[in-house]
Design a protein around this ligand. Structure first.
Ligand code: GLA
Length: 400
């Protein structure tokens, strides 16, 4: 056989073999999702308003791209041909028109569905309709699919998510595939070639460290979520992320707690999916969400998930190795009182065993940058001194 024929055959085989779309989420996806604030009470005007705010408030400029409609966008029944239909009252112009609007702003459009027979809120799920639904999404120019796990009986998670991945690939339009089975089947062990991100826990709720029961399941505050899954960092990397859930920034915690939440999601290389009402958000909330220096830590191209360095004396200290031998370091005052904090660089061995990166602070001097406040704080030749308010954060980068 001629070399060109062999190459052609190899290419044809590669194209016919279903896989996930590559190069779509080389850094954690940035966007907005309707669920945390609106539940199923969503509509066209709301979503267009959110898209407008992405541009007006500088969120698009800060890197946010995806606008994702969660549960509740569909009619309760499929049409006579089994196709999904957008709820005609909530979305009178249909999903393609909404996608066009979002795309006209230079943004991307996402939808939600579920691997089960029905979604968690009781709308038609994709089970048995995977290929048909994928074609529908492609015809509406959908760029992102969040795929949930309610009403799945005893089906196998890996194979259910693989079926939907294959269906999306076959439909031909590149889609970021967001796996949402709450960590029940440990997707960090099998989903790297299936999805671009996977939820690692059940649902988040807008509190610092609470757990709220709902009968058979419970929602968790931000520190509960962090502590549950801080040990799976090896699974994250370019194209495949541990998803710590949509953010609750702006949804009722204090400004300090919101900053810490945002800092931690950035340190964890989690997708940053806003979950608040951008149309009524305070200046402080938008300032937190659009902080480009913090987002740059999240979007660092190495894609290494950060880790806990210590948590002594009510102070959490986290590290994240960054590109160009830089580091991000985050200090959180977990107590209810302000703290005058002193950190002696020479007394700590900064390093990351998993990635084999170490710093000798006796030999190397790093410049310190306060990324929340856009200020230089001297260098590591002297102790770091800072006042940190209760539940607030000092987030710095270290650069040689
Ligand atoms: C599950 C998911 C949530 C949301 C709802 C919608 O609880 O974990 O993020 O999508 O379903 O019903």
């Amino acid at each position: 056989m001629k070399k060109t024929t062999i190459l052609f055959l190899l290419l044809a085989m590669a194209l016919s073999h279903a896989q996930k779309f590559e190069n779509l989420a080389q850094t954690p996806p940035l966007g907005w999702n309707s669920w945390n604030t609106f539940g199923t009470d969503i509509n066209e005007e709301l979503v267009k308003g959110i898209a407008d705010k992405f541009v007006e408030l500088g969120l698009k400029d800060a890197g946010y791209q995806y606008i994702v409609l969660d549960d509740g966008w569909m009619s309760k029944e499929r049409d006579a041909n089994g196709n999904l239909v957008a709820d005609p009252i909530k979305f009178p112009n249909g999903m393609k028109a909404l996608a066009d609007y979002i795309h006209s702003k230079g943004l991307k459009f996402g939808l939600y569905n579920c691997a089960g027979a029905t979604t968690c809120a009781g709308y038609p799920g994709s089970r048995g309709h995977e290929y048909q639904d994928a074609r529908t999404y492609a015809s509406w120019d959908v760029d992102y699919l969040k795929y949930d796990w309610c009403n799945t009986d005893k089906i196998n998670a890996e194979s259910a998510y693989t079926t939907m991945r294959d269906a999306l690939y076959k439909a031909g339009r590149p889609v970021v595939f967001s796996i949402c089975e709450w960590g029940d089947n440990e997707p960090w062990k099998w989903a790297k070639d299936i999805g671009h991100l996977w939820r690692v826990t059940g649902d988040i709720i807008n509190c610092w460290d609470c757990e709220v029961g709902h009968g058979s399941w419970s929602s968790s505050g931000i520190w509960k979520i962090i502590n549950m899954r801080k040990d799976i960092r090896k699974a994250a990397g370019p194209g495949h992320w541990n998803d710590f859930d949509m953010m609750e920034v702006g949804n009722g915690m204090t400004g300090a707690e919101d900053r810490t939440h945002f800092a931690m999601w950035s340190m964890l290389a989690s997708p940053l999916i806003m979950g608040n009402d951008l149309r009524t958000a305070s200046k402080e909330t938008i300032k937190t969400l659009s902080n480009k220096e913090v987002i740059a830590v999240n979007q660092d191209k190495l894609g290494i998930q950060g880790f806990r360095f210590t948590n002594e004396n009510n102070m959490e200290i986290w590290l994240k190795p960054l590109d160009n031998n830089q580091w991000a370091m985050t200090f959180i005052n977990m107590s209810d009182n302000p703290v005058d904090f002193v950190f002696d660089w020479k007394k700590h061995n900064i390093g990351d065993d998993v990635n084999g990166r170490y710093v000798d602070m006796k030999k190397n001097v790093f410049k310190i940058r306060d990324v929340f406040n856009h200020k230089n704080l001297g260098d590591t030749s002297t102790n770091l001194k800072a006042k940190i308010e209760p539940h607030d954060v000092l987030m710095v980068t270290l650069k040689e």
